[in-house]
Design a protein around this ligand. Structure first.
Ligand code: TRP
Ligand code: SF4
Length: 335
């Protein structure tokens, strides 16, 4: 049976947080560990330029930081192809070709584009590159003729655009690209320690790399059920972010007990968070071991990226060969 190809990428934001882990990475790892799939995961460093072009100084370091976190979460270079977008030149080529056939109106009406411009209002994003972000993303995806793209709901408009661009290429030239499917996973709702969305820019994140006092301190600082003011007030676990984390890190019997005790005010939030801190520290210990290994052996990280990028490039070359054929442009080295 031919394996179905999966492709996804992340912009190099540096060290990852537990929101990234439970929202995306865990799903990437389970797709990798399913023999029905062949997975390609890449660092979208060209994409980082679209919003960070004025200060690119962190993109390189962030690439390695993120890769180490991927590896610590269980992405395995012997099962998945892990690669770097900017070192597969074909992404830029296909982006150019797709730019020619993508109507501006498709890009201008993209809701993610509008939201991002509002969110990043302090930057000058009236650039061709920023508007063209989803065209580059479409190139990333269809280059590998991916069947499925695991993404979060925020990315659905981009995948829809990718599908439209693939169909348009096939219609104008010839059938080269399968139309990819978005793959949404069921993700637990986890918030940052202040109760807002977990995000690097809010300074409210628990990182895959946090350990010891840092980890403990962050968990003890977490907001709980907002209406539980005193220890004698009964709590509502379903409204408590700490409880959402317990579900992921504590054994089922303990989760049940906490739920019961919380509702009858038999456990205080401080005690509840202490137990969570112990469970998270234990759950993350294997991640920290892998991180330590790679930070002490950065050559291995580079070699993993190099091997994955070579493999990706082989496929990308085949695709661009087909694209040139479909375009019927002159080929110097082809009969
Ligand atoms: N836009 C994606 C994000 O911000 C990153 C990305 C770039 C991507 N190219 C991709 C995701 C291709 C999936 C497939 O998260
Ligand atoms: Fe949340 Fe635990 Fe406090 Fe209940 S006891 S409100 S679950 S922190």
């Amino acid at each position: 049976m031919k394996k179905k190809r999966i492709l996804s990428g992340m912009r190099p934001t540096g060290k990852l947080h537990l929101g990234n882990l439970h929202g995306a990475l865990k799903n990437w790892v389970s797709l990798q560990n399913d023999d029905g799939y062949e997975c390609f995961y890449f660092v979208a460093d060209w994409h980082a330029l679209t919003s960070d072009y004025k200060d690119t100084s962190e993109i390189g370091e962030n690439t390695i930081d993120m890769l180490v976190d991927w590896l610590s979460a269980g992405l395995d270079p012997s099962r998945s192809v892990l690669f770097l977008q900017s070192e597969v030149a074909e992404h830029a080529e296909l982006f150019l070709v797709l730019s020619m056939i993508t109507p501006l109106a498709w890009l201008e009406r993209n809701p993610t584009y509008k939201e991002m411009r509002e969110e990043l209002a302090d930057r000058d994003l009236s650039t061709a590159g920023f508007l063209g972000y989803p065209v580059l993303q479409a190139a990333d995806i269809i280059m590998y003729k991916a069947y499925g793209v695991p993404v979060g709901v925020d990315q659905l408009p981009h995948i829809e655009l990718t599908r439209e661009i693939a169909r348009r290429f096939n219609f104008i030239f010839r059938e080269v690209f399968p139309v990819p499917e978005p793959l949404l996973a069921d993700v637990p709702k986890l918030l940052g320690i202040d109760g807002r969305k977990m995000s690097k820019s809010y300074d409210n994140s628990i990182y895959l790399r946090d350990r010891g006092d840092t980890l403990y301190g962050k968990i003890l600082a977490m907001f709980t059920d907002p209406d539980r003011k005193k220890k004698s007030d009964p709590g509502r676990p379903e409204l408590c972010n700490v409880f959402a984390f317990h579900r992921l890190y504590s054994p089922a019997s303990e989760v049940e007990q906490i739920e019961e005790d919380c509702r009858k005010a038999a456990i205080g939030c401080v005690e509840c968070k202490r137990r969570l801190a112990v469970a998270v520290a234990e759950g993350m210990a294997p991640f920290h071991e892998i991180q330590d290994h790679y930070f002490n052996n950065l050559d291995e990280v580079r070699d993993i990226l190099a091997a994955g990028t070579d493999r990706a490039r082989e496929i990308a070359r085949l695709t661009m060969d087909e694209v040139r054929d479909a375009l019927k442009i002159y080929r110097i080295n082809k009969a």
